[in-house]
Design a protein around this ligand. Sequence first.
Ligand code: PFF
Length: 465
Amino acid sequence: MNKNNPLPSAENGQKQKTTFSGNIGYILAVAGSAVGLGNIWRFPYLAAKYGGGIFLLVYLILMMTFGYAMIVSETAIGRMTGKSPVGAFSSFGSKKWLKCGGWINAVIPMLILPYYSVIGGWVVKYCWEYLRGQADALAGDEFFGGFISNSLVSEICFVVFVLAAFFVIVAGVKNGIEAVSKIIMPALVVLAIITAIYSVTRPGALAGVKYFLVPNFKDFSIMTVVAAMGQMFYSLSLAMGILITYGSYLKKDSDIEKNTTRVEWFDTGIAILAGLMIIPAVFAFTGGDIKTLKAGPSLMFITLPKVFDSMGFGNLIGSVFFIMVLFAALTSAISLFETCTATISEELRMNRTFSSVIVLAVSLLLGTASVFGYGIWSFVEIFGMQILDFFDFLTNSLMMPISAFFICILVIKVIGFDGIAEEVKRSSKFNRQPMYYVVTKYIAPFFLMIILASSIASTLGLITI
Ligand code: PFF
């Protein structure tokens, strides 16, 4: 530990509010945060676009090294301070950059939550339509575009989604987040397995399984690494204050290292299942046309409904699939909501319910702008992007690498590796300590700057990602 900057005492840090009731509750809540639209909607189209099996291999290596190191850092910082990001950073001194590091971690979820809930609203709409037996209509070319440009209907779906997250937050950490995660996460696993089995057993699907699982080194490029890295941040909910906040609710005897390993494998397992649900199904549907798979973000809302419709039992399989996506999106939105609520109640010293009402109001405001951006305000463009895409770019491509950089610097310069090790070793063996050290000190800061530079370069049109 750095002698000039003693760590906040653990006991002070533990004077906090509520905690998870036990390890399982914590793991499910963190896994619920990690497993979201990132796994089911984003991972499969990126994997398809950046080389299939080779993308998966690079992703696994990054997840076990870089992802592991970031989760451990954030959780340890949260648990040793007992605070959400702003308070956690400020516990180590009053320097300006510490304030800045805390706030950037805290602001990211407030900017993500609104647009994430808009996409959550799209999922609500698809669930509703499949449950009403509208698989044919959903498979039509015009459905998705027609829906998102109808600002009123999209707004209603968005509000339904955001209110669902709000009510869970008002119920609290144990009775809300933990209780919901305990029911939703196992259900999600069962639904994912059923859908994946159905998909890989379609005629012609095996070629898709092979493309997704078997690495072909010819498909490797530097963009495979950049894309896998960005996806890993997104998927593991890194560098957005969530893991610091959830770490602050973690009991001192919970094994940080074991929990981290469980969460990263659970998250990756669901992403792999999602790949197995989507890639082979699209292969079977198109006769192996990789171009369709590269459709990008529209894969889940435009291509998949066509695939489901062609499969037989379209309404049933569509309902199961989109209910699963809804569960995943909801538990992630809850974690974003919780981080914002915790920051406001700590920093402005307000009670939890009032803080969550503020978060709800901001989400409704910014989310409505994103909804309108595809509808009545579609003429608005920011750097050539629609409002929702702009929020996504701002948070994931620009702010997240900077925020992660602040976390690395906090560990390297202020807390020190011994400080982190001391916290982790309260309850874990910390077997991967040497790897943690090398990754955090030498690899992470360098890679983070590469991600930032490549995002900026691609926005300026200098490279294509
Ligand atoms: N990790 C979650 C997901 O993969 O969907 C939550 C999340 C992370 C949402 C990052 C949004 C985001 F930008």
